[in-house]
Design a binder for this molecule. Structure first.
Ligand code: CP
Ligand code: NVA
Length: 287
């Protein structure tokens, strides 16, 4: 069966543990060509896949949407059928999660979600790796502060699989009331930071207030402005706590410069691990 990776929930806990244990250096992609199809901006995901695929012996092909005939008049179906003739897999970033599902009807080889409006499973997979590397355990209390967006959704799915993880989401109730996500018993949502046992928090995560797919509004920024991760918040968390952000960051909005550049920040380790985790993911998919 074709292994697509649209969401963390496409895999079991055992699959994820197996992925994280793969040797990232086996040249398992020899003679394989993987297309990188991005409808939206990307720095980390695009480059980490491109370099990761090459270092596994594969061929990463950047596909520019505006150069495809789909930009003129070829149908979505024929575009993906054509790509299936040449490629062994696709890494696809799209503004509409449904397009991943639609693409898989015509492109019957592995498709990896490189971020959609709904989820960012590669980010959460690699964040699990970073957390495990740092704490040597996945029994950690994590605090997510800010918007309940695609990255938060994937981390919720990861937490649903790993019952040792504890996740507290701190977000305005105006945001949480519109989300009917499946939350396991180890996940809680609060709107007041003072309602959280901050001493037990070992990791504070956040992301931009306005995502690429958001319409974005001054009202939303104003609503989220109190949900900044600053030194005051970090100082109340566990003495061994870390700060994580998938990047790109809007320094001064969701995170202060002091925290972003401070000693608790492991954002560059996180960025590096995107490549490591994705190489492991590719080993798993093409094993
Ligand atoms: N974190 C992440 O996916 O970054 P890019 O948008 O730069 O790929
Ligand atoms: N939530 C952000 C993540 C970027 C990697 C976005 O979708 O723009």
């Amino acid at each position: 069966m074709v292994k697509n990776f649209f969401n963390i929930s496409d895999f079991s806990k055992d699959d994820i543990l197996k992925i994280l244990k793969f040797n990232k250096n086996i040249k398992s992609l020899q003679n394989k060509s993987i297309g990188l199809l991005f409808e939206k901006y990307s720095t980390r995901t695009r480059l980490s896949f491109a370099v990761g695929i090459s270092s596994l012996g594969g061929n990463a092909i950047n596909i520019r949407f505006e150069e495809l005939n789909i930009s003129r008049d070829e149908s979505f179906e024929d575009t993906f059928r054509a790509m299936e003739c040449y490629l062994d897999g696709l890494v696809y970033r799209t503004e509409d999660h449904q397009k991943l599902i639609q693409a898989s009807r015509y492109f019957k080889k592995p498709i990896i979600n490189a971020l959609s409006d709904q989820s960012h499973p590669c980010q959460s997979l690699s964040d699990l790796l970073t957390l495990h590397e740092h704490f040597n355990s996945l029994e950690i209390h994590i605090l997510w502060v800010g918007d309940m967006n695609n990255v938060c959704f994937s981390f919720v799915e990861a937490t649903n699989l790993f019952d040792g993880l504890k996740l507290t989401i701190c977000t305005p109730s105006l945001i949480s009331k519109n989300k009917n996500w499946k939350l396991g018993p180890n996940i809680s949502v609060v709107s007041e930071i003072n309602d959280i046992d901050l001493q037990s928090v070992k990791c504070v995560m956040t992301d931009v207030f306005i995502s690429m797919n958001d319409k974005g509004s001054d009202e939303k920024v104003a609503l989220l402005r109190p949900y900044v991760v600053d030194s005051n918040l970090m100082s109340k968390t566990n003495s061994n706590s870390v700060f994580m952000h998938c990047l790109p960051a809007q320094i001064g909005l969701e995170v202060s410069e002091e925290v972003f550049k401070g000693s608790k920040s492991i954002v560059w380790k996180q960025a590096y691990n995107r490549m490591v985790a994705q190489k492991k993911l590719l080993q798993f998919i093409y094993q």
